[in-house]
Design a protein around this ligand. Structure first.
Ligand code: DOR
Ligand code: ZN
Length: 367
């Protein structure tokens, strides 16, 4: 048995309000606890999006009623809410800005709209950017001009990790995260790796009958991109799931929405990478606890830890998950390492696959 600190996932799409058939605060936080996460930060691209006092109150009311792990809620950057977002910042996880194609209505194309947010959002919290390739470079330039922290969500490309490395060397206040799926999956046309790991030989992921299960933003990249992420892990501050549940019916439809669930698969997949010698356990703790805690200014959780049976070998099965969405891109993967027990603020909240925390046990870490 090994003991790890309670994991923090700074990138979760809870789907409440507005799409509770995909997920809600109850199921998302059960999935989080089952996956070893004791704190999650919730994204604002809900329906309605969370961007003012009324919508923040609405989202936080559901969270207060239903959450079983600790949490905070991001505000979304819209075309005209910069001063309001700055006022609400103490109640928020941070500010999320969508600079590229995404799910929902929060995309901001005009750079003059970014300027107001960069000028006014408090500097003790990062602005989190959904940015890809050249918009990421633009976002880093904004961090330099306004001399403030930005956190780049879900990096996926070699060019991105290399530019972040160069920006950090210049002293620009940029941090970043990678999602397990961008470390472990490639776009279907990509050349396979020269040698697979012993246990991480996955069944082919074809994306379902119409290929819709492959849809995710940023898209899955090439093997060269994946190799560059692994080779530059020291540049990557956090591993965040970007848990983005959509139902299997939606994923297999004519118009599949982008996104993968990830809360329950991240830790077993990464423990398997540790077992294979591709990642050190200290790096896992740094990227899934220490760094997100520092970057997002999160409080200590006393008497909080997770216990893992590092020798347990099993197959990932969506039927065993707590998420409502009913599928995982990692179906059938052989992994090594299982969460057996979770303590949160002195209370046993997971034991042998059962969630013991009640609805409402989770607390808003910004309150
Ligand atoms: O794949 C994605 N899913 N990328 C996004 O930017 C949004 C997310 C979602 O909310 O489904
Ligand atoms: Zn996301």
């Amino acid at each position: 048995m090994i003991k790890l600190p309670g994991l923090i996932d700074p990138h979760v799409h809870v789907r409440e309000p507005g799409a509770t058939h995909k997920e809600d605060w109850d199921t998302a936080t059960q999935a989080a606890l089952a996956g070893g996460f004791t704190t999650i930060l919730a994204m604002p691209n809900t329906t309605p999006p969370i961007f003012d006092e009324k919508t923040l109150d609405l989202g936080l009311a559901s969270a207060k009623e239903k959450a079983r792990c600790d949490y905070a809620q991001f505000l979304g950057a819209g075309p005209d809410n910069a001063s309001l977002a700055a006022e609400l910042a103490p109640r928020a996880a941070g500010l999320k800005m969508y600079l590229d194609s995404t799910f929902g209505e929060l995309r901001l194309d005009d750079m003059s709209l970014w300027m107001a947010h960069f000028a006014s959002f408090p500097k003790n919290l990062p602005i989190v950017l959904h940015s890809e390739s050249r918009t990421m470079a633009a976002g880093i330039l904004f961090a330099a001009i306004y001399d403030r922290p930005v956190h780049i969500a879900h990096i996926s490309l070699k060019e991105e990790v290399l530019l972040i490395k160069a920006a950090k060397e210049k002293g620009i206040k940029v941090t970043c995260e990678v999602a397990p799926h961008h470390l472990l999956l490639t776009a279907p046309s990509s050349v396979p790796p020269a040698s697979g790991g012993e246990t991480l030989i996955p069944p082919p992921f074809t994306g379902g009958a119409r290929g819709g299960r492959l849809e995710v933003r940023p898209r899955l990249a090439t093997q060269a991109d994946v190799d560059a992420l692994w080779a530059n892990l020291d540049v990557i501050d956090c591993i965040a799931t970007d848990h983005a549940p959509h139902t299997l019916e939606e994923k297999d439809s004519e118009n599949p929405p982008p996104g993968f669930p990830g809360l329950e698969t991240a830790l077993p997949l990464l423990l398997t990478a540790v077992d294979e010698g591709r990642l050190r356990i200290d790096d896992l703790i740094e990227k899934m606890h220490t760094n997100p805690k520092r970057i997002f200014n999160l409080p200590d959780q006393p008497e909080t830890w997770i216990e893992v049976d590092e020798d347990a070998r099993y197959e990932i099965r969506s039927a065993e998950q707590f998420t409502k969405c009913g599928w995982t891109p990692f179906e059938g993967w052989q992994v090594k390492g299982r969460v057996t027990r979770v303590l949160l603020r002195g209370k046993e909240v997971v034991k042998d696959g059962k969630i013991l925390a009640k609805k409402g046990f989770g607390s808003n870490i910004r309150e």
